[in-house]
Design a protein around this ligand. Structure first.
Ligand code: C2E
Ligand code: CA
Ligand code: CA
Ligand code: CA
Length: 275
């Protein structure tokens, strides 16, 4: 403990203090990152199995920190979410993604991740309308990916927002499907355009006995509902082989491509083929 200016004691534990300071620094840096143009979007393609063509790409944010180098979204999105900074950051993501998608062939869509705090902000629908208008991207080429976190406090407003997006023509995807507690019940509350099967199930395909059971069930469910099913995190041709058997309509993963800067997308488009 030490005396501060007013003569009262201030107690602190050195380790905690260091962690708090690191967090505060990250927060300060993040507040300036937008203005300093330190964020970039990378795009990871999704392949439609039947046609062998790329159906679209998912936008994934990258932060190039001046001192720390590349910071993973897993290390700053949760903090951005907590302090509300995800709203302006997410707005930038939507605008940039719409602009970039305009440089792709007209059949390709762009998917953006929308976190719970961003989804709940009043600005989401307005932001999307404005981003579509100023980029010229048709609404049907924009996809919004939400996770169970968005639906957790499912209420009238959540559903209203989903329906407003749908009325605009924007598509809505359920991300990380199968990892939450009530994934199935959410499919009942809203007609999602796409179900993204979490990477952990793809891993199980070749590493667990009966590892295909869940993917097979979700692919079948998608088929009955008329919903696209994307297998996430496909890394090997063996996994690809198994996914073909189970009937997912689309695949995404390192086997097709890692996320890349926008100027590499057109090269990927011209080379797309079923591995
Ligand atoms: P996500 O939405 O589930 O995105 C998929 C993550 O899996 C990405 O990690 C991607 O690079 C990685 N991935 C793709 N294929 C493979 C594969 O074959 N193998 C392996 N091991 N990994 C693969 P990334 O880019 O680090 O993003 C992590 C998470 O951060 C995302 O998970 C998403 O939840 C969040 N995120 C990323 N960008 C944004 C954003 O713009 N806004 C928001 N709100 N969240 C974002
Ligand atoms: Ca996602
Ligand atoms: Ca995912
Ligand atoms: Ca995830």
């Amino acid at each position: 403990a030490k005396l501060d200016g007013r003569g009262t004691h201030r107690f602190f534990e050195p380790e905690m203090d260091a962690r708090m300071q690191a967090r505060r620094k990250l927060e300060l840096d993040m507040r300036q990152a937008l203005a300093r143009r330190e964020f970039q979007l990378h795009y990871q393609p999704q392949l439609q199995r039947q046609s062998g063509a790329l159906s679209g790409c998912e936008a994934l944010i990258r932060w190039y920190h001046p001192e720390r180098g590349l910071v993973s979204p897993l290390d700053f999105i949760p903090l951005a979410e907590e302090i509300g900074l995800i709203v302006p950051i997410g707005e930038w993501v939507i605008r940039q993604a719409c602009r970039d998608a305009m440089t792709w062939p007209g059949h390709m869509s762009v998917a953006v991740n929308v976190s719970p705090a961003q989804f709940k902000s009043d600005r989401l629908v307005e932001t999307i309308i404005s981003a579509l208008a100023s980029s010229g991207l048709p609404a049907r080429r924009l996809e919004v990916e939400i996770t169970e976190g968005v639906l957790l406090q499912e209420n009238e407003r959540t559903l209203q927002t989903l329906h407003r997006l749908r009325e605009l023509g924007v598509r809505v995807s359920m991300d990380d499907f199968g990892t939450g507690y009530s994934s199935l019940s959410y499919l009942r509350s809203f007609p999602f355009d796409k179900i993204k099967i979490d990477r952990s199930f793809v891993k199980d395909l070749t590493s667990k006995p009966d590892g295909e059971a869940i993917i097979r069930a979700i692919a079948g469910l998608g088929k009955s509902l008329g919903t696209t099913t994307v297998a996430e995190g496909v890394e090997t041709s063996e996994q690809m082989q198994r996914i073909r058997l189970e009937g997912c309509t689309d695949v995404q993963g390192y086997l097709i491509s890692k996320p890349v800067p926008n100027d590499e997308i057109l090269t990927l488009v011209s080379r797309a083929r079923i591995p």
